[in-house]
Design a protein around this ligand. Structure first.
Ligand code: GLA
Length: 723
């Protein structure tokens, strides 16, 4: 251990505190900065890779890399704070810089000090070279004699040269998450913010695409991606005034969040990751997907299991026989994991709907007389792994937990409680270490007492409605939004330290917790409660802007769909779910014989394409946002030796004309043998099935899809193998 520390220290090189232009590069991108004595750190350029030779010829933004408020021309800033004497301003000067090698890049720490006050601001950059990602964050240290108040504290800033600049971002609502919105950046300002408090990704997302060469294109044009890694409230802003640059800022939302920082303490802002690509939105997505798989998400290199979740199949109607039946069914379909969703717990109060019992995490012996042990035995018999649903940060007012600890619940002072889901759900005060211990214990009891328990679905079904913490002191109430997230993160960390191998899904009433702040602690996200395969094409399309297929739980559910009432054939439902982490969420017994047999075959086929989907590069080919009739995407393995192609006919018209779809990402000089999978009607097999076609033709000429007019929701899936 000592040796290792020594080695790490030796790798940290301090650079002299004199004027220095320097370039932080990844394999294909560069960020140019200048650190000069007596001045704040400047950002000069971000984009295509450059070297010191290019330095003089490169257009220079020459702006503060982390603008602070109060002593310069009043452009928008990243940081505004109140010193202990009431002064509201900052004026930073560069002190020193360290550089440290990591496994896949470098960490640069550039220290600045206020010119008068003992407040230091270290701006950090970390590169992930192969993924072309540069993360930035800031460490703000209060060395004053009393507390200071951070009024506004962004993670980072990026000047974007004005021109025909467009943004694309995700928005939506429960059961309609991650719709793509695209808009031109104009004068004035735009922002994306979320103040849910507990989940942050239903209505907006803390990520942004910035296309620099006009209307966003999928596979061409320069594009910058930005991802804020934070599991709480945020604000992403683009401000344009009289300068040559649009000013992009991102960080924790300062709304009702003036953060009191004790003397001697450091506040670390969440990471903000940037990536740059000249291959359009798709290039940025692929960089972000790789970064997610290679370091952000838990077990990014591990194949995901095919599962059945009980929710839409039985809802709260949990019992031993029913669970055992579902385990057998998913096993005989070829699945690998069964997850028992909500409704399994409670002693004094039974959980038969969403109005009671959250917090009472003991097995309901009336429903499950042999407890979790019994279910684990059944799962062993069936030959599948077993997982369970929890929601540890919440309680219902009708619960033993609430009766025992009413003071563990967030309350707006003496005001009556506002209730969330079920009219009784409230949020526990995660700023309280005792509540953190409780939440940890919920997980620890399950994984500790039942070592064979393989998977947990961690849900969050109510926003922060009662703004006030019984735990935080009166003068620290405005720390709540932030301290809630930090308290929760502590629990996530403890869970992962003790149970590094377990699989954990993040869910927040569907896609409410799909964010990069939660990602390191979770294996996957439940991206929406809406399992309607048509709407799902749109939801998954949007989610894939920033999230890799391996992180997206996608479940085949029953028809008509419970959310939309739409009837969709089983093939289309499987073909849509198979483009991510395939699962099912229905009562398998309700399938007829043909459907059951189809499901079995489709699961078998998925096992063959799983690695390409889960670890491959994604290419979005035909957008459902631009084409009302068709959506298409594909995955290509790293060595370009395998690929999987998906196409979905989204609506049916007489005499419908489809474009030739041009594939992408293949080796144009290679020949690929094509096999159509999940075929239902042999007569309609594609003309491509069994053919060997060059990558050049597949990508440059494109393929004919040919659907029959009367096939509503038709789809095609091709497996391609390089010969
Ligand atoms: C949330 C989740 C669903 C399901 C229910 C259970 O809505 O998003 O998938 O787990 O809770 O109550």
């Amino acid at each position: 251990m000592k040796k290792l520390t020594f080695l790490l220290l030796a790798l940290v090189a301090t650079v002299a505190a004199q004027a220095k232009d320097f370039i932080i590069s990844t394999n294909n991108s560069s960020l140019m900065l200048t650190a000069m004595e007596g001045e704040a750190l400047k950002v000069r350029y971000y984009g295509d890779k450059i070297t010191m030779q290019d330095f003089d010829g490169t257009p220079k933004a020459w702006m503060d890399a982390y603008p602070v408020f109060g002593t310069s021309y009043n452009y928008p800033s990243c940081l505004q704070l109140q010193h202990s004497d009431g002064n509201q301003t900052l004026a930073l000067e560069y002190k020193n810089m360290t550089e440290q090698q990591t496994a896949d890049g470098k960490i640069y720490r550039i220290e600045m000090q206020d010119k008068i006050y003992p407040v230091s601001v270290i701006v950090c950059y970390q590169t992930h070279d192969a993924q072309d990602i540069i993360e930035t964050w800031t460490e703000i240290t209060n060395n004053e004699k009393k507390e200071i108040i951070l009024n506004h504290y962004d993670s980072g800033f990026m000047p974007i040269r004005r021109g025909d600049v467009w943004t694309s971002h995700l928005h939506g609502t429960w059961a309609d998450e991650t719709r793509v919105t695209t808009e031109k950046v104009e004068m004035g300002g735009m922002y994306i913010a979320n103040t849910d408090g507990a989940r942050n990704a239903h209505t907006t997302h803390p990520e942004l695409m910035i296309s620099l060469d006009g209307k966003p294109q999928e596979n061409s044009g320069r594009c910058i991606g930005a991802v804020l890694c934070w599991n709480g409230n945020y604000k992403l802003r683009m401000e344009t005034t009289d300068q040559d640059y649009h000013l992009f800022f991102a960080g924790i939302d300062d709304f009702a969040s003036q953060y009191h920082l004790d003397k001697g303490k450091t506040f670390t802002t969440p990471k903000l990751a940037f990536t740059y690509s000249d291959k359009g939105l798709g290039g940025v997505s692929r960089n972000i997907h790789k970064w997610a798989r290679k370091g952000m998400i838990a077990h990014g290199d591990r194949k995901r299991d095919i599962l059945l979740n009980s929710w839409e199949g039985v809802y709260f109607n949990i019992n031993e026989e029913g669970m055992a039946g579902m385990m057998k069914d998913i096993a005989s379909l070829g699945g690998e994991l069964f997850v028992m969703d909500d409704g399994w717990f409670g002693d004094k109060y039974q959980r038969n709907d969403d109005c009671t019992t959250l917090g009472d995490w003991v097995v309901d012996k009336k429903k499950l007389p042999h407890g979790i042990e019994g279910l684990l035995e059944q799962s062993k018999k069936a030959g599948v792994k077993f997982g369970i649903w929890i929601e540890p940060e919440f309680t219902n007012t009708k619960s033993e937990l609430f009766e025992k600890h009413p003071d563990w619940v967030l309350t707006a002072g003496g005001r009556p409680l506002q209730y969330g889901r079920g009219g009784t759900q409230v949020l526990l005060d995660m700023t309280n270490p005792k509540v953190q211990d409780f939440a940890f214990k919920v997980v620890d009891d399950l994984f500790g007492n039942f070592p064979d328990l393989y998977y947990i679905k961690w849900d969050a079904n109510t926003p922060m409605e009662n703004y006030g913490s019984p735990y935080l002191p009166k003068d620290r109430q405005s720390n709540l939004y932030v301290d809630y997230v930090l308290g929760l993160e502590k629990v996530f960390k403890r869970v992962r330290e003790k149970y590094p191998d377990k699989v954990i899904q993040a869910c927040g009433s569907g896609g409410g917790r799909t964010n990069y702040g939660a990602m390191p602690y979770f294996d996957e996200f439940w991206v929406s409660d809406n399992t309607d395969a048509l709407q799902r094409v749109f939801i998954q399309w949007g989610t894939s802007y920033f999230y890799p297929a391996i992180s997206m739980g996608q479940h085949v559910s029953t028809s008509p769909n419970h959310n939309t009432g739409r009837n969709i054939p089983i093939k289309f439902r499987f073909d849509v779910a198979s483009s991510g982490r395939l699962g099912m969420e229905m009562q398998p017994k309700e399938m007829n014989k043909e459907e059951f047999e189809f499901a079995k075959k489709a699961i078998q086929e998925y096992k063959g394409i799983r690695e390409t989907v889960q670890f491959g590069d994604q290419y979005r080919l035909v957008s459902p946002y631009d084409n009302p009739d068709l959506a298409s995407l594909m995955y290509v393995s790293e060595g370009k030796d395998k690929a999987v192609f998906f196409a979905y006919k989204l609506r049916s018209f007489k005499i419908q004309r489809f474009p030739l779809v041009r594939m992408a990402g293949l080796d144009e000089n290679a020949m690929y043998k094509i096999r159509e999978i999940n075929v239902v009607n042999e007569k309609r097999r594609s003309y491509l099935d069994g053919k060997t076609v060059s990558g050049r033709v597949l990508m440059n000429t494109g393929i004919e899809l040919k659907f029959d007019d009367y096939d509503e929701f038709a789809s095609r899936v091709f497996e391609l193998i390089k010969q």
